[in-house]
Write a protein that binds this ligand. Sequence first.
Ligand code: M6P
Ligand code: ZN
Length: 191
Amino acid sequence: MTLTAPSKTEVDFASGALSRADYSIQRRLSDMTAMYADRDEAARILAQEGDRLIYEVQGVELPVEEGQIPHCTTRILPGAIGGEFHMTKGHYHARREQGEVYFGLAGRGLLLLQTEDGATSEIEMVAGSAAYVPPYWAHRTVNIGAEDFVFFSVWEARAGHDYGTIERDGFRKLVLLREGRAAVVDNPRYA
Ligand code: M6P
Ligand code: ZN
């Protein structure tokens, strides 16, 4: 057990920038082309327009020990790939029994959730929305607005990220731009 010093980070709501960012992760289209429903369009954009930034994460790193509470911001840029809104990779927690809290800082988003038993849920998020991700629910966030969607996340250090299950099976729902609005539809390719 580590005795961690108390700390503070200033959060810029509009950009998600942290004054104390121990790490930052940029996810580009090339990191997740296979996750979009229209893979051909993803490949075309990659080849013709370049490797666009989809989202970035900045966080406070803490020891992976019981009771530590890491926290980070995520900024998803506006846009779509073949009509499917920009989104995070999404994950289950490696320790499924761990939950998480998201707090909207800017823009408009949709939080997609699903369980391995087949339950699904969607939560709309704007600045000020506090969304709860209960244990056992995979979670992916989607930018359904025209501006950056920015949110703050808090979880237990041992939760861990299981990306493999989503990479293999995908999400049950897709969020598509239809007639100028976000529509949640079944993913025809869901394994
Ligand atoms: C949220 C949290 C982070 C996560 C980030 C990006 O901020 O859930 O733990 O890393 O979103 O999502 P993903 O890891 O699925 O790409
Ligand atoms: Zn999580």
